[in-house]
Design a protein. Structure first.
Length: 157
């Protein structure tokens, strides 16, 4: 399972070819887990107090902004480094996933820009999510062999 989570890093900037649903969703799970660990470090390091800063106490006095301890900065630093390291692989695996659906990778840019539109962005993002859940085209398409059943794959070889 871990090999599927890390496969987009091995195929770092490979925008050609196709990606199975398993590759895409295992990478998404890996990113979610790392983000949750970093968020936990940030919350343990004073981030929870920062979320409640400025909310008045029952006596009506606002709470002062907290000081962050090193655990917060460790989580924030790791999150920033991870986000930068994962930026290109996440785009590449999304493009390859669209290729598996026999769609051009330029659709990815359309979904990202469309998702930023205030009123309909949520629907566009939901459409992208549904598209990532659908199975790829069976057999070879214009972007390459089927990643589930590559042409010429010898079962007994």
């Amino acid at each position: 399972m871990m090999e599927w989570m890390l496969m987009p890093y091995r195929r770092y900037a490979q925008f050609s070819g196709r990606a199975r649903r398993k590759e895409y969703w295992m990478f998404a799970l890996f990113m979610f887990l790392v983000y949750m660990v970093c968020a936990g470090l940030m919350l343990a390091g004073g981030g929870m107090a920062a979320l409640t800063a400025g909310i008045p106490e029952p006596d009506g006095l606002p709470v002062a902004a907290p000081e962050f301890n090193p655990l917060f900065w460790l989580g924030a630093g790791l999150l920033g480094i991870f986000a930068l390291a994962s930026f290109i692989p996440s785009i590449a695996v999304g493009v390859r996933r669209l290729h598996d659906r026999d769609m051009s990778g330029w659709w990815y840019l359309g979904f990202i820009l469309g998702g930023a539109i205030p009123v309909i962005g949520g629907l566009i993002s939901l459409g992208f999510l549904v598209l990532m859940c659908l199975p790829g085209t069976t057999g070879m398409n214009r972007f390459g062999d089927d990643p589930k059943n590559p042409v010429g794959y010898d079962v007994f070889g």
